[in-house]
Design a protein around this ligand. Sequence first.
Ligand SMILES: C[S@@+](CC[C@H](N)C(=O)[O-])C[C@H]1O[C@@H](n2cnc3c(N)ncnc32)[C@H](O)[C@@H]1O
Length: 400
Amino acid sequence: MDDALVSLARDFSPHERWELISPAPEPDPDPLRAIEQLRRAHPDWSADFAAAVATQRELGHRARAGGSIPPGPWLLTRTGAQQSTHLAVATRRARHLAAAGAASVVDVTAGLGVDAWACAAAGMQVLAIERDPLTAELCRANVPEATIVNADATEIDFPALPELAQLPEPVCWLVDPARRGTAQRIDGTRAAPERDPDRWSPPWSFVEGLRTEHAWVAAKAPGGFTPAPHWSAEWVGIGDYVVECAVYSLPMAALQHHRQATLLEGFDDGTDLTFPVDDDAAAPVGPLAQFVGEPHPVFHRALPALCAAGASRVSASSNWITSGEPNIPGVRWFRILDTAPAKGLRALTRDRGIESVAIKSRESTAPLGTWRARIGLPDGNRYAVIIARELPEVILAERN
Ligand SMILES: C[S@@+](CC[C@H](N)C(=O)[O-])C[C@H]1O[C@@H](n2cnc3c(N)ncnc32)[C@H](O)[C@@H]1O
């Protein structure tokens, strides 16, 4: 274990720790210089301790700037910070669980404790399990409200665990499997760990096993994951990304719909935007109207619901939609100026005096560079060339 980091976790009160690891106003970006400065200011500190403080300042500064950890003197590791749930998403999950009526949570894969912290902040009692001794130590310092057990959750005899017996019912089991660091198979035949639920730690089969034993189970999976139909699910987007698939098996509804997609702060007023996800429904396909829309990636699964508000898909396999009214939220809208076969594109932009253009080629098999060369214009904001799957012509459009 990293003794200096453990000392920061064990030997200082939260207030003292905050004094040490909150830099003012910004940490020195050069790690060696940061350590040197600390040693000059604190000649009694060991080199290891100064390095630990400098690292915490740097990691903490970055995590706080990204809004990914709660306020306060959080202790981080680089890997732990990468694996932590985004604070807004952890808070949303905890609110769902509390609203459904959970009184306690067993966080089976606590990590540095963001989910555990959010559950405690939502008023639930928290028992957190973490296999890695250093991470468990930091979690104990980060979330003093929770009881932390350093053990492998797949090996614990839970009925015999005294801490579990003390939790008020109903208890929700929460699993956020680690998806990195699993060694690649030598034959290279399997998907990357991120995409292979059997290689998560604990594996998805462990989560399914919990579901057979307990009524209340919640789990976090990557945004590309599709759980079996017996799970409720919410795909969550933040900014331009789909950050996770939150999965629930609860006797009380936690979500508005059995399956839904939510963009945090998706409405202009900063509130969250949700559409139902129905895997059995199909979005209508229709001819291009006046506008073409690029739904946020989290809503690719919710196209039937989006289109029910008055739009259609531009083709059966494209995620682009079209409408006469650019008024469906969660969609970036463009006014269609023209369409043309790909080879007529250069003339199309030249005839309109367009000097720069964005290229939306995610659905094209040709790489972006090929399109850029073909169009011969630099990147721009106002105009866009859209290449939609299965559409015979490309679209020239102006941002609405
Ligand atoms: C994705 S991280 C959890 C992050 C956490 N939800 C948060 O918000 O900070 C997964 C954690 O599970 C731990 N882990 C993996 N397998 C485990 C197991 N079998 N038992 C207990 N912990 C495990 C890893 O060490 C890692 O810290």
